[in-house]
Design a binder for this molecule. Structure first.
Ligand code: FBP
Length: 381
């Protein structure tokens, strides 16, 4: 009884504040006739409303608030990361806007600038996203070097904007899917300690101080780690703020989805084919029957894997001797996220984050996802 009165008082409060449009019956409804089905429905609705209402407090934490809180302790790296993520947020907002309007503003299709250092023809949005990301990171005033998928060489930042950090990034991952309006994203890894480096320092993924991706899809989500877990922030297009929607993401220890370009199987080692045959029959270690999901954009496939668990892989094969994905700005940032969420990332032979990079655009085989799934798959790699 007390609860019903409380709920009704709350709803009155909301009505008074002009929040919810209440059907004319509510005032009547407040004078509850004991135990009727209608009463039950009203109480249920009210309870649902309250749940949403009380979640409102948590949904008001923005990425800026989140980082500010971390920086209050005075850690200089956290203060710098605040400035860096301010640039990253701004860049991702712009890219989300461009991607969303690509068809309307004739920004789909090839740029006509020929191939990038990967041997891939550049899309208009590859170049625009790259320019935006370079600009916003430079203006953070923290960067010493920028390494981009779209640039042959790393870029040195000196002068008033020069700093001590390195950002490596894939400004628009999965861009081969952009004209079909399929999920794409931006992937980035942040390192520290390059202020006095005469050459672009190639550092192991385990030295990243932060990593993340922004997925441009049914909504825009920024998933980040600064070395203490993984948190996800959804872009609220009305306020322009990235709001905390996925706190402390924990990847399930095992999933029931695998994700790969199945078309490459003929080029894979027999052992790996055996592994897939087993898990598709439910004869793997978990006796679970696995299903295949593949978007063909690493960000989209990794986002699902982080939340639902399972395995994403792009192994080495006869065609792609070192796999296809790039170590510094695809595999390592995703590996840091996966490990921070309780998962694993391997080349099939070694931990991705332990690899000493040899060059900016180096490729690496990758098995990434739920810890038990990665362990099992690597036995067949
Ligand atoms: P880029 O679009 O940034 O070059 O990324 C490479 C990528 O598209 C990944 O996002 C994706 O996981 C993979 O390549 C898909 O490769 P494939 O078309 O061979 O399956």
């Amino acid at each position: 009884m007390i609860r019903v009165v409380l709920i009704s008082t709350m709803m009155l409060a909301v009505l008074a504040s002009g929040g919810m449009q209440a059907p004319a019956a509510v005032p009547q409804a407040l004078r509850l006739r004991g135990g009727s089905a209608a009463t039950h429905v009203r109480v249920k609705k009210a309870e649902e409303f309250l749940k949403v209402y009380s979640k409102k407090d948590r949904l008001s934490t923005t990425l800026s608030d989140f980082l500010r809180e971390k920086a209050i302790g005075g850690d200089p790296t956290m203060r710098d990361l605040e400035a860096i993520f301010s640039g990253i947020q701004s860049a991702c907002r712009s890219i989300a806007d461009m991607v969303g309007k690509a068809g309307i503003q004739d920004m789909t299709g090839m740029a006509g600038t020929g191939e990038n250092v990967q041997g891939e023809e550049q899309k208009k949005l590859d170049i625009l996203s790259n320019d935006v990301f370079k600009d916003k990171l430079t203006k953070s005033g923290c960067m010493a070097y920028l390494g981009s998928e779209e640039e042959d060489e790393a870029i040195r930042i000196t002068g008033k904007f020069g700093g001590d950090y390195i950002a490596v990034f894939d400004p628009l991952d999965g861009s081969s899917n952009i004209d079909a309006a399929i999920s794409v994203g931006t992937i980035f890894g942040i390192y520290k300690g390059a202020k006095n480096a005469e050459e672009f320092p190639l550092k192991k993924g385990s030295e990243q101080v932060a990593a993340g991706y922004c997925m441009y899809s049914t909504c825009t989500i920024l998933m980040i780690t600064i070395g203490d877990g993984v948190n996800g922030f959804t872009l609220d297009s009305s306020s322009g703020e990235f709001v905390l929607t996925h706190p402390n993401v924990a990847m399930p220890k095992r999933g029931k989805i695998y994700s790969c370009n199945q078309g490459n199987i003929p080029a894979w080692p027999e052992s790996l084919k055996t592994y897939f045959d087993k898990i598709c029959r439910g004869e793997g270690e978990s006796k679970t029957k696995y299903g295949l999901r593949y978007i063909g954009s690493m960000v989209g496939d990794m986002h699902r894997t982080l939340l639902y668990g399972g395995l994403f892989l792009y192994p080495a094969d006869a065609k792609n001797k070192n796999g296809k994905l790039r170590l510094l700005y695809e595999a390592s940032p995703m590996a840091m996220l996966a490990e921070q969420a309780g998962g694993k990332a391997s080349t099939g032979k070694e931990r991705v984050l332990d690899i000493e990079p040899q060059e900016l655009h180096q490729r690496v085989p990758i098995f990434i996802g739920s810890a038990d799934d990665v362990d099992e798959a690597c036995k067949y790699a």
